[in-house]
Design a protein around this ligand. Structure first.
Ligand code: HEM
Ligand code: HEM
Length: 176
């Protein structure tokens, strides 16, 4: 019975993973201008500092689950087709885009490729944060803070592109 409940909760989490990750990332990114953590969490750290570190750890775990869910059972072929040299649909989408034609979602095209890059960037942002956590207070912490900030900025770049593509898709859907 207990196992059953756990299984149901797990399924619910997996099914809603995109929503949980969107919520976590929006909070983490939008509150990041107010955090100042540095080498370690200070004893007088602000509520935003604590929120960032602990919600960040949760989000790092979710990002690993998201990548696995979208990669296992051969699904990686959709998001990472370029890994096996399959550029056909991506090239077709990009040529179409230059002529003002929006790409379709799904398949191995632009949408999926961008989503795959996002999965990797979020994992890298989370992992570099976790490594900072492990080295907290040591001289290595500042180096990992730097890597984390770099990946976080690249991830924000992904968020902008992904949101624009998603919005264009919704607009297209309404116009039909
Ligand atoms: C996976 C989700 C995460 C996202 C999206 C995220 C995002 C960000 C962003 C946008 C910044 C500001 C970057 C800048 O200043 O240019 C930042 C800074 C930082 N994050 Fe994260 N983060 C995440 C997870 C974590 C984790 C797990 C930790 C550690 C447990 C962490 C610790 C830090 C630290 C120490 C800084 C530097 C803050 C400072 O000293 O000013 N983050 N993060
Ligand atoms: C600003 C927040 C976000 C918005 C508005 C948004 C919107 C969307 C939409 C509308 C779709 C469906 C695309 C379609 O099939 O037409 C989608 C799918 C997807 N998004 Fe996002 N997204 C956001 C944040 C994220 C983040 C932070 C990630 C993390 C890497 C992500 C990764 C994905 C992936 C992998 C898919 C493929 C379908 C799935 O596995 O759920 N998105 N997104």
């Amino acid at each position: 019975m207990k196992e059953n409940k756990f299984g149901q909760l797990w399924q619910l989490l997996l099914a809603r993973l995109h929503v949980w990750i969107v919520l976590c990332c929006l909070v983490l990114v939008c509150t990041s201008p107010w955090i100042f953590i540095g080498r370690s969490l200070r004893s007088n750290a602000s509520v935003f500092d604590y929120l960032h570190v602990y919600l960040g750890l949760v989000c790092a775990l979710l990002s690993l689950g998201f990548l696995l869910r979208n990669s296992l059972q051969g699904k990686w072929r959709q998001y990472f087709a370029w890994l096996v040299g399959d550029w056909a649909q991506l090239a077709q989408d990009c040529r179409g885009l230059l002529k003002g034609k929006l790409p379709v979602a799904g398949g191995k095209g632009l949408f999926s490729t961008v989503e795959g890059i996002g999965l990797l960037l979020l994992l890298a942002t989370g992992l570099t944060g976790v490594v900072w956590f492990v080295y907290q207070g040591t001289p290595l912490a500042m180096a990992w803070r730097g890597y984390h900030q770099g990946f976080a900025q690249a991830f924000i770049g992904f968020l902008v592109v992904h949101t624009l593509l998603a919005a264009s898709h919704v607009l297209e859907f309404i116009r039909q």
